[in-house]
Design a protein around this ligand. Structure first.
Ligand SMILES: [Zn+2]
Length: 244
């Protein structure tokens, strides 16, 4: 059930503390999701877009910014939302582009806890949260149970390079779920672009060895997190001779 905070709006948009996309009318919806309070007892709000079609279909959730310094995913989620405006679709897509608000404010991968006995840490390690746990667990409990899980038959969590690191291009997917497998295999299209980039690189810089050591080689991996079936897109954010 979608729960509105009566009379409470931010920038003209309704504030909610629970979302059920099945109840919404077809069309575009924007909300602020009330996640949890901070150390000053002020509510932290996540922006939420919902695009719902007139016809039945899969309910999909797109998230980004679980790691607060991974901005490519945030921008990608926003671009997806812009691309969906005015488009016909079946089912629904819920987009939450900024999961880790405190990390983003600090330009940090980690979630910044205000609990005096809890150090800052990787928010991704605290799903699905705990209503009676520490601050990151309480924060995630509300997001998981009232926003993400009820509206996701399939979910895409967008990541990219954390500051100062170099990863290969890869996707996590649970291969026991057909849709997840299909989506993961779409990464083969990315492999096409990788090959094209490789050709350009060889033409420009003339060394195969340098590219083979580069982070553009795609890797496919399988994983499962508790009760959360997901595809994770991890896309290398830069391509330059200095990263090869
Ligand atoms: Zn990440």
């Amino acid at each position: 059930m979608t729960k509105f905070i009566d009379g409470n709006k931010i920038d003209g948009l309704p504030v909610i503390c629970a979302l059920d996309v099945k109840e919404l009318d077809a069309g575009e919806h924007k909300f602020w999701f009330r996640a949890a309070t901070d150390a000053l007892a002020q509510w932290q709000h996540l922006p939420v877009w919902v695009f719902k079609g007139k016809e039945a279909g899969k309910h999909i959730v797109v998230t980004a910014g679980v790691h607060g310094d991974e901005y490519n995913g945030v921008l990608a989620a926003q671009a997806i939302a812009r691309g969906l405006r005015g488009k016909a679709l079946n089912g629904s897509i819920t987009i939450v582009p900024t999961i880790n608000l405190s990390g983003m404010l600090h330009h940090s991968r980690d979630f910044f806890s205000s609990d005096p006995d809890v150090s800052c840490g990787n928010l991704n390690r605290h799903f699905p949260g705990n209503a009676n746990g520490n601050e990151p667990q309480r924060y995630l409990h509300s997001i998981w149970h009232n926003l993400l899980k009820p509206n996701a038959e399939l979910a895409i969590d967008l990541h990219t390079q954390t500051s100062g690191t170099v990863y290969p291009l890869y996707v996590f997917a649970d291969f026991r779920i057909a849709d997840a497998v299909n989506m993961a295999r779409l990464m083969n299209r990315m492999r096409f672009w990788t090959i094209q980039a490789k050709r350009v690189y060889w033409r420009r810089y003339g060394t195969r060895t340098a590219f083979q050591a580069s982070p553009l080689k795609p890797v496919l991996a399988v994983t499962r997190t508790a009760k959360w079936w997901h595809v994770q897109w991890q896309v290398h954010s830069t391509f330059s001779p200095t990263t090869a």
